[in-house]
Design a binder for this molecule. Structure first.
Ligand code: FE2
Length: 267
């Protein structure tokens, strides 16, 4: 049976970022997604595009163009608006000035950070965006080396900041190496994510894998596929997301041993 999916992270707009490079490639990706059971896909091109003045208008024009081409090609897949926003100190201001896109015109926004450094302004930015009423989704937390090195940040993001974590299916099926795969598995096992999406970039590289990722998630954590499917739909409707029960990070015997000695020294 083909499961009907909604994919909230993709780079399918033509010639906008490092995703689909031609109209043919955009259509080929959409066709492949539709064949796998995707009924809706959000086009979440990377922001920033510094050379473009009217980013939102530019993206909406590209989106309209792709929708027309998809319809002319006989595809039924629905293409939703969105953007994957690389945060910086100006992100809240840009939202305030209505220059950035949310997911499907809801209050949900998809954010990413530079990979190697945890931004020192992160908590201030989150505070400002939440004060403006946005529901924040963090793309592929498993890929950040600073998360791989300090997992406690994720608990803070989810439990203290109320952020939603979106795993890449590509991470879970091992397309970004073993460290990222293990981190994705651990995040899932501990019940920290709310969403999974494909982050598809093209027809030959970084290809669609949400169907495989959901299957893998279900085998690691039974029931997770249904939650991911329901939550993706909830985002498109601006509804609340379901959450897993969060488990604490399991410590290795060696870590327990060292933490026992470091705490006994304090007494
Ligand atoms: Fe992406």
């Amino acid at each position: 049976m083909v499961i009907k999916m909604i994919d909230l992270h993709s780079h399918i707009l033509t010639g906008v970022d490092d995703g689909a490079a031609s109209a043919e490639e955009s259509l080929a990706v959409l066709k492949a997604m539709e064949a796998k059971g995707v009924k809706k896909v959000a086009a979440t091109s990377h922001y920033p595009l510094y050379e473009i003045d009217n980013y939102k208008g530019f993206i909406l024009d590209k989106l309209q163009q792709l929708r027309q081409e998809a319809e002319a090609a006989g595809l039924e897949i629905e293409i939703l608006s969105g953007s994957e926003i690389l945060i910086d100190r100006k992100t809240a201001e840009l939202f305030y000035r209505d220059q950035l896109l949310t997911l499907n015109e809801t209050n949900y926004i998809l954010l990413e950070t530079y990979p190697n450094t945890y931004p020192d302004y992160f908590s201030d930015l989150i505070h400002d965006l939440k004060a403006m009423g946005y529901q924040i989704i963090i793309a592929h937390p498993e890929k950040y080396p600073y998360i791989q090195a300090d997992f406690s940040l994720l608990y803070q993001w989810v439990e203290e900041y109320g952020l939603n974590l979106m795993l890449n299916s590509s991470s879970l099926v091992g397309k970004h190496g073993s460290k990222t795969k293990e981190t994705a598995e651990k995040i899932l096992r501990l019940g920290l994510p709310q969403l999974m999406a494909s982050d598809t970039h093209g027809i030959k590289r970084r290809t669609f894998s949400l169907d495989q990722g959901l299957k893998r998630a279900e085998s690691l954590k039974p029931g997770s596929r249904d939650i991911f499917l329901k939550n993706a739909e909830a985002v498109t409707k601006n509804h609340k997301l379901e959450k897993f029960e969060i488990k604490r990070e399991e410590k290795s015997i060696l870590k327990k041993f060292f933490s026992f000695f470091s705490s006994s020294k304090d007494i």
